[in-house]
Design a binder for this molecule. Structure first.
Ligand SMILES: [Zn+2]
Length: 98
């Protein structure tokens, strides 16, 4: 009779114990909206500013020559023409900064 010795080899598993980076969380992608609500009195006719109506309608049209301004809820808004100022006044909630 022969005895067979089965040698079991022990495997030492050395796991990488890396701690996951904490604190990152989920970044909320904020759409960079153009600044359309200006500090009271900081813009006037003839200045360059973002027309709030054009910005809302067209996205971010860039700065335009200010034709009209309006003080609304503690902010000054700029308009590239009279018609858009009237449009803002008729629907301020649509255009005013939230
Ligand atoms: Zn405009």
């Amino acid at each position: 009779m022969k005895r067979y010795l089965i040698a079991a080899s022990a495997l030492m598993l050395i796991g990488c114990s890396q701690t996951p980076p904490s604190g990152a969380g989920s970044a909320t992608p904020a759409t960079p909206a153009a600044q359309t609500a200006y500090t009271l009195g900081s813009i006037k006719k003839g200045d360059k500013a973002h027309c709030v109506v054009c910005t809302v309608k067209e996205g971010n049209p860039g700065e335009e020559m200010v034709a009209e301004t309006l003080d609304y809820q503690g902010k000054t808004y700029a308009f590239c023409n009279e018609k858009e100022k009237a449009e803002f006044i008729s629907e301020p909630a649509k255009y005013a900064a939230k």
